[in-house]
Design a protein around this ligand. Sequence first.
Ligand code: NAD
Length: 346
Amino acid sequence: MQIRLNLEQKKYGYNVYINELERIEIKGKTAIVTNPKIAGLHLNTLLNSLKCDEYFIISVPDGEEYKNLATIELILEQLFTSKLDRSSTLIAFGGGVISDMTGFAASIYERGINFINIPTTLLAQVDASVGGKTGVNNKFGKNLIGSFYQPKAVYCESKFLRTLAFREFNAGLAEAVKMAVTFDKKMFEWLESATLDEEQNLAKLVERSVLIKTRVVEADEKERGLRALLNYGHTFAHVIENETGYKKYLHGEAVAIGMNMANSLSVKLGLMSQKDALKIKELLAKFSLPTHYALRDESAFYEAFMLDKKTQEGSVKFILSNGIGSAVMKNDIKRDDVIKILREFK
Ligand code: NAD
């Protein structure tokens, strides 16, 4: 199965291949960025499918805490040492952390080299690997340094997902729920009854999510409007992740809590019915995802929104769902209304 993503009025584009890894063929030098855990589990499978002239493995430490400029420097140094040039290719082989960092390194090495994404987590397959957002974190917050840099191709393989830890798998489902709530009511209803341990359902889940992501990115690559709706839950999630030092919650788990917080605000503003908010909470619970966060200080939490990339001239942009299958951006919500909702999470 292939899904085409077209950009700049079809002048440029790339394919997302689902369960078609055997088609991967690369000319020139290739560097595969991965980590020891993923390499141990799946590198042989990748190498068996990969046809290329010469390859190098770049192994980086595992974890969100290493998604920073120091690791980018480490990747770049190895690219220079192995003398990659502008015709070379960088492959991201891992989850969202690896794909965000590899894409960023590819975008700045010699002002940009080829980049291919082979996502190995559900979160990266349904979301992070498609659409060209790359970057790293710093002490001021998440993904604050980065670039828009599109891959040449993306290969999503269901077989890689079989070794994911239960929590990691469910964290990926949070981003799929996000796609359904913001853009696809039918997908939401399907998720309510689907059994995802069946391989064909898993492929369908990736396909539906990638379809939504590609259509959104085609319409708004640089996130000037529509694409921002995919940040539903994220404004809250980024603060939660930052407050908890990126350790307590997986990204998808923080997004699940963030979606629930956004829904409370949406219900308060009369945009979403209590019934829809409850349905979303129940779907998140079906996937063993958290929906509550014991917030310490609502004012500090609100102030942290100011560091979000979506905040402009002191006005916080909230992405809220106005009913399952639809979302809106709001930048005129009163601080007091938000603070009241945040208090409910204390
Ligand atoms: P991750 O990359 O840290 O991977 C999670 C864990 O699973 C890691 O320990 C990893 O080594 C392990 N792992 C990876 N593949 C595995 C496999 N097949 N079997 C067993 N273990 C495996 O986390 P993630 O959830 O994939 O990604 C989160 C990151 O993605 C965040 O940094 C977030 O900001 C980013 N993100 C980016 C975008 C985007 O559009 N660029 C979208 C959403 C999220």
